[in-house]
Design a protein around this ligand. Structure first.
Ligand code: TRP
Length: 448
C-alpha cells in the first residue's frame, strides 16, 4: 500500500481542519439562524453547545483517527478485537461514508450556486449582460454546469494528496477567506443601518432561551459546522503527526470555527439592516426575517444592486468568500470516500478521487433534476438524523471500544502532562456516558 499522507505542520492541520469546519454553515447558516432565533440568545446557546457537546465529539473523532491511522470504515472495524465490534464498526463506518457522500452531493450543488453568483457580477463588470443574467437565474443547465466545475476543482485538489492538495490549498485559501470577510465587514459598518443589525445580533432576546427548538437548532448547527459524525475529522486526525497535542488542536479548531461563525454574523446581520435602510424588503409577510435562500439570493443581491459599481465588486467579494469557504469544506467531504477507496481497495489516489467525485456528481445531478422533490429531504435526512446519530456512535466507539489505557497512550503523545490536565479528568467519562446521552436527549426531543 502507498505510504499514508501526513500534515507537515501544526498550522497546516489547523488550516485544513478549520477549512473543513468553516463553510456555508458558518457564513450562511449560523448568521441566519441567529437572526431568526433571538440574536445573541442563539449565539450564547451555540457557543455553549459547541464546547460542551461538539468539542468532546470532535475529540472522539480525532483520537480514533490518529489511533487507527486509517479511514473511517477501517478505523472503526479494527478498534476492538471482538467479532461483534468488528461488525458494528463496519456498519457505522459504512453509514458514515454514505452520509458523507450524500452531504457532499447537496453541498456541491449549493457550492455551484455560489460560483454562479460569483461569476455573474464578474460578467456584469465585463459588460457581458446576457451571460450575467443566465448565471443569475436558477436553471437546470446552470446548476449542473456550476456543480460540475466545483466538483472538478474538489477532485483536482483531493487527487494531489494530503500535503500538496488539502494542506497546500487550505493554507492558500483560508487567509484569503479571512481577509475578504474583514474587508467586507469594514465596508458594511460604514453604511447607514449597520448599527441596528449589530444591536439585533449582540443584544440577546432572553425570552427565546426557553424555546426547545432553539437548543435543537443550535446543536444541529454546531454538529454541521464542526463537520462531525461522518469521518471527516476522523480522517484529518489520522493524518496528524504523533508529536501534535490532540486536545489542544481540537480546541483550536473549535475556537476558530466558532470565531469565524461569530465574525460572519458581524457581516450578515448589519448587511440585512443596511438593506432595510435602502428600502429593500427584509421581513416576509408574517414578520419573520427573510433567512435561508431568500436572504442570500434576494436580500443581499438587491443590496449590492442598490450600490452601483461598488456593489458589483462587493457581490464579487462576497460570493468569492462563499465559494472559497465551500470549496475547503467540500474537499474534506470528498476525502472520506477517497481514503476508503485508496486504503481498502488499493485504488490509486487520483483515480479514487475521480471515481468518487464522479459518483457523487451523478447523485448531485439527480438531486438537481428532482430539486423540488428531494433536495430538502436529503439535507434533513443527512444533517438532522444522520449526523447526530453517527455522532453518538462515534462517541460510544471512542469511549467503549478503546480501553482507557489506549486513550491515555494516544492522547499522551505530543502532550506528556496529559494526566494532570482538566481534559483528561473529564473527557474519558464524558465521552462514554454524558455526551451520547445529551446528544440523544436533544435528538429525541426534536422528534416530538
Ligand atoms: N462544516 C462545513 C460547513 O460549515 C460543512 C462540512 C464539511 C460538513 N465537512 C462536513 C458538514 C462533514 C457535515 C459533515 O459548511
Amino acid at each position: 500500500m502507498a505510504e499514508r499522507g501526513q500534515f507537515s505542520s501544526k498550522i497546516g492541520f489547523l488550516l485544513a481542519a478549520t477549512g473543513s469546519a468553516v463553510g456555508l454553515g458558518n457564513i450562511w447558516g449560523f448568521p441566519t439562524q441567529a437572526a431568526s432565533n433571538g440574536g445573541a440568545a442563539f449565539l450564547l446557546v451555540y457557543l455553549i453547545l459547541a464546547f460542551v457537546l461538539a468539542y468532546p465529539a470532535l475529540m472522539a473523532e480525532l483520537t480514533i483517527g490518529r489511533h487507527a491511522r486509517a479511514n473511517v470504515v477501517t478505523a472503526l472495524a479494527q478498534l476492538h478485537p471482538s467479532a461483534l465490534m468488528h461488525k458494528a464498526g463496519l456498519a457505522v463506518g459504512v453509514g458514515a461514508l454514505s452520509v458523507a457522500v450524500f452531504i457532499l452531493s447537496f453541498y456541491a450543488i449549493v457550492t455551484g450556486w455560489m460560483l454562479a453568483e460569483f461569476l455573474s457580477p464578474a460578467a456584469q463588470l465585463l459588460q457581458l449582460h446576457k451571460t450575467a443574467h443566465w448565471l443569475d437565474a436558477q436553471s437546470f443547465s446552470r446548476n449542473l454546469l456550476m456543480c460540475a466545475v466545483m466538483s472538478g476543482l474538489t477532485i483536482t485538489i483531493i487527487a494531489r494528496g494530503v500535503e500538496k492538495g488539502i494542506e497546500a490549498w487550505s493554507t492558500r485559501l483560508m487567509p484569503a477567506l479571512f481577509l475578504i470577510l474583514l474587508g467586507m465587514i469594514g465596508y458594511v459598518f460604514t453604511q447607514p443601518g449597520a448599527t441596528d443589525g449589530l444591536r439585533v445580533y449582540l443584544v440577546p432576546d432572553l425570552s427565546r432561551l426557553s424555546d426547545p427548538g432553539l437548543i435543537l437548532s443550535a446543536m444541529g448547527q454546531a454538529f454541521f459546522s464542526l463537520s462531525l459524525g461522518v469521518g471527516t475529522m476522523l480522517i484529518y486526525g489520522s493524518y496528524l503527526r504523533d508529536t501534535d497535542n490532540l486536545p489542544r488542536m481540537g480546541a483550536s479548531v473549535t475556537l476558530l470555527d466558532t470565531g469565524f461563525a461569530f465574525t460572519a454574523g458581524l457581516l450578515i446581520l448589519p448587511a440585512i439592516y443596511v438593506a432595510q435602510a435602502q428600502g429593500i424588503t427584509v421581513f416576509n409577510s408574517d414578520g419573520a426575517l427573510m433567512a435561508g435562500p431568500d436572504l442570500i439570493f434576494q436580500v443581499l443581491p438587491a443590496l449590492f444592486d442598490s450600490m452601483g459599481t461598488a456593489g458589483s465588486w462587493l457581490a464579487l467579494a462576497f460570493f468569492a468568500l462563499m465559494s472559497i469557504a465551500a470549496l475547503t469544506s467540500a474537499i474534506s467531504l470528498l476525502e472520506v470516500p477517497v481514503s476508503v477507496a485508496v486504503e481498502r481497495w488499493g485504488i490509486n489516489r487520483p483515480l479514487a478521487a475521480c471515481l468518487s467525485g464522479a459518483v457523487i456528481f451523478m447523485i448531485s445531478g439527480i438531486i438537481i433534476a428532482q430539486h423540488d422533490k428531494i433536495f430538502s429531504a436529503v439535507i434533513t435526512l443527512t444533517t438532522e438524523y444522520g449526523q447526530p446519530l453517527l455522532g453518538v456512535a462515534l462517541c460510544l466507539f471512542a469511549g467503549w471500544a478503546l480501553h482507557r489505557d489506549q486513550l491515555l497512550k494516544e492522547l499522551r503523545k505530543g502532550n506528556p502532562n496529559l494526566e494532570s490536565s482538566f481534559f483528561w479528568r473529564i473527557w474519558p467519562f464524558y465521552v462514554k456516558f454524558i455526551c451520547p446521552l445529551l446528544i440523544l436527549t436533544t435528538f429525541v426531543q426534536s422528534l416530538r
